[in-house]
Design a protein around this ligand. Structure first.
Ligand SMILES: C[S@@+](CC[C@H](N)C(=O)[O-])C[C@H]1O[C@@H](n2cnc3c(N)ncnc32)[C@H](O)[C@@H]1O
Length: 692
């Protein structure tokens, strides 16, 4: 500081002291300090400007532009104490203060200082008690700070006040994950039921963990608490014989039945219990026909039929059941079952085979039976109407180019037989995690986007929802998957901005046109040469364009490699029956077997196409982060964001690498992964930018 500056500072501080004098107006002192501080800042002398600006705030806490300037100067500095001091002293004008809080909050969030941001956000919520967006932001911060239950309850409270605001349900579902509930939380149940009632708005993908906790603790499902004990017992049949289904509360609990319809079960105990119950119903179908027992079971059987279709008939079945189902089918074909028992018999069959496969010509009958039966109507919609529509769409899909190599042909066959994945809902109300996390403003540009390897379309449709002015081209090898995707796009109302094409990534070298964004998640590692596939796509990306890629981790998939060997050694065919058999054998391993433990922790273990993808895949490459780093360099791509949204992992990484604010240094992550090899159990997911 030169002499002139020092003099200026002393003068300003003298003025500040004078604010206690009644003869000097406080605002005049503040204004003088502010002018002085601003001038120093303009001259690039931030270190001198800061104390003056803080003094100005002490004199007048309502100077929003001073808050703003301080906050801006704090950007990029590790120590944010000055902002917090300023905040803590600023108490006068609420409206102006809010501006300052908002600015500072953004900076704190940018610096990943979630706990400090939480304090600031709580203050903001106190100042703006009616602003639900700010309350939702607070909930998001709780979640980022690792307090998921608190976050969920805060969001549930907002949703209770504003049930018509769909976005809050989207946020609620988006932050779901493993939860520990001390007790049953009726408010969370009510909120999740609201999500079930509005499934086309938001993604239920992560809802299972909360649902099962709520079900187990729910007084309305208390009879289910016997499940664990019962599956261990040989006398399951006695138990069910001795309990009239009318009296078993979970069979009539809407929350339980909706969960069964809308989410793939992810829980071995519940699965085994339902498998036994299904067997009992199937083997006793003729005995209980036309009784009050089957009547009381009707809605449950329809919901179970939806579950079985959704998980692609992955529950274990015995030869007796298979025989009994064939008998029931014959009965129906001979029209021996009539009236309600016909509906009930169809519902039982649907728990083993899709209605469309068994009765492809019975559309009229199903619609008549469904007319006055909401549960059967849902079942017919899922198992008959939707697949019928897909078959029709499949016959008129567009194609581009040819399948280029043998691997493409094998991979195509896999996904024709088992399109991946079967899904119900996406998030139509994107939150910052869903779009370009580093530049949310770009979301509204009229981008051209390519989704390469779109499967059944969940990803491509989410992308179309996320970028409201974009046009999305989505390609895949599997026509069956594409037909599913097109049907879901029609249902979502976004079909006019989506184009689904049957094409091999490799044939896209002939494509005439460029894309601003390309996304390819879980695809390149299924090609014969992933780098060649990546390069072909990268050539279609404009310079400055964004590439989102998802690739398997070598480190995280060690137990999957073991499971793949188990499949190879066991010689299990990749058919429904082969996959079921392999799965039963895995479940029969001792409970502490590490491979068994690992596999049952994957959602993919609980549906046929997902499990085939996980451990039966015809082609799989796994990679390390240094290898990916190298590929990115060769492709002139720079990693700008690594999609890691699990707060526990993020917080751990921040502690290990506090300087890497963008969290996208792949070599740091490599070090981290070696220490915590499960980090990328799903996949590595990156956003990259093409630099030349
Ligand atoms: C595991 S699935 C992922 C689907 C989707 N990206 C998702 O995340 O839901 C892999 C998909 O990539 C497709 N695929 C694999 N190789 C491909 C290629 N060479 N060209 C086009 N699609 C390909 C498969 O047909 C399959 O649908």
């Amino acid at each position: 500081m030169n002499r002139k500056d020092r003099r200026a500072q002393e003068k300003a501080q003298e003025k500040a002291k004078a604010r206690t004098s009644p003869t000097v107006k406080i605002s005049a002192v503040a204004e003088a300090l502010k002018a002085q501080g601003m001038a120093l800042k303009a001259a690039g002398k931030e270190a001198q400007a800061i104390p003056l600006l803080i003094e100005a705030l002490k004199a007048d806490a309502t100077l929003a532009d001073v808050h703003f300037t301080l906050a801006m100067m704090a950007r990029g500095k590790a120590d944010l104490k000055i902002d917090m001091d300023a905040i803590n002293r600023a108490v006068a004008n609420k409206k102006l203060l809010c501006t300052s809080y908002l600015v500072i909050l953004n900076i704190l969030k940018g610096k990943k200082q979630y706990r400090e941001a939480m304090v600031c956000q709580e203050e903001l919520c106190r100042l703006m008690p009616d602003d639900m967006d700010e309350k939702a932001n607070l909930a998001l911060l709780y979640n980022l700070a690792g307090q998921r239950e608190k976050a969920l309850i805060a969001l549930a409270e907002i949703i209770a006040v504003k049930p018509e605001e769909k976005k809050y349900r989207g946020v609620f579902l988006n932050i779901l994950g493993p939860v520990t509930l001390q007790q049953h939380e009726p408010l969370l149940k009510l909120t999740l039921q609201g999500c079930f009632d509005n499934i086309y708005e938001a993604n239920l993908n992560k809802a299972y963990a909360l649902w099962i906790k709520l079900v187990i603790s729910d007084p309305e499902c208390s009879d289910l608490q016997e499940a664990e004990r019962l599956i261990e017992q040989a006398d399951f049949e006695n138990w069910i014989d001795n309990h009239h289904p009318r009296d078993l509360n979970f069979l009539h609990c809407r929350f339980f039945l909706d969960g069964l319809r809308l989410m793939i079960l992810n829980d071995v105990v519940l699965e085994q219990f339902l498998t036994r119950l299904r067997r009992w119903i199937c083997l006793n179908a003729e005995k209980i026909a036309n009784t009050s027992q089957i009547e009381a079971l009707e809605n449950f059987i329809c919901a179970l039929g939806e579950q079985c279709f959704f998980n692609e008939y992955i529950f274990a079945q015995t030869p007796e059941e298979e025989e009994a189902v064939e008998t029931l089918i014959r009965l129906l074909q001979n029209r021996s079952a009539s009236g309600p028992s016909r509906l009930q018999t169809c519902a039982i069959v649907s728990c083993y085979k899709p209605l469309i496969d068994v009765f492809p010509d019975n559309a009229t009958e199903f619609s008549e039976l469904a007319a006055n039966h909401p549960a059967f109507k849902n079942l017919v919609a899922a198992q008959f109407n939707a697949p019928a529509e897909e078959r029709e769409i499949k016959s008129r899909l567009e194609s581009f180019g040819f399948l280029e190599d043998d691997t493409s042909r094998k991979v195509q066959q896999q996904y024709e037989e088992h399109p991946y994945p079967r899904w119900i809902s996406i998030n139509n109300y994107p939150t910052p995690n869903d779009d370009l996390p580093f530049a949310p403003d770009l979301r509204f540009k009229p981008y051209k986007i390519l989704v390469a390897g779109c499967g059944t379309g969940r990803h491509a449709i989410s992308t179309a929802a996320c970028y409201p002015n974009a046009r999305v081209t989505a390609i895949d090898l599997s026509r069956t998957s594409l037909a599913y995707a097109q049907r879901k796009a029609n249902e979502s109302g976004l079909a006019n901005r989506l184009r689904f094409l049957h094409a091999d990534i490799l044939s896209m070298k002939e494509w005439d046109g460029r894309f601003d964004i390309i996304e390819s998640s879980g695809v390149l590692h299924h090609m014969q040469d992933p780098f060649k596939g990546w390069q072909t796509l990268n050539d279609l990306l404009v310079t400055g364009g964004y590439f989102k890629v998802g690739l398997y981790s070598e480190l995280a998939r060690q137990q999957i490699v073991e499971a793949r060997n188990f499949v190879a050694q066991g010689g299990y065919p990749a058919t429904d029956a082969g996959i079921r058999q392999c799965r039963s054998d895995i479940l029969s391993l001792p409970r502490d077997n590490p491979m068994r433990q690992k596999l049952i922790s994957f959602t993919d273990f609980f549906s046929t196409s997902l499990l085939r993808d996980l451990i039966f895949h015809v082609q799989e490459h796994r990679m390390t982060l240094p290898q990916i780093d190298d590929m990115m360099k060769r492709l002139n791509l720079t990693c700008i964001s690594l999609n890691m949204t699990i707060p526990e992992i993020v917080n751990r990484y921040d502690k290990m690498f506090p300087q890497d604010l963008a969290r996208c240094n792949l070599l740091n992550w490599h070090e981290f992964e070696q220490k915590f090899p499960d980090t990328f159990a799903g996949m590595y997911q990156f956003w990259c930018k093409k630099i030349a």
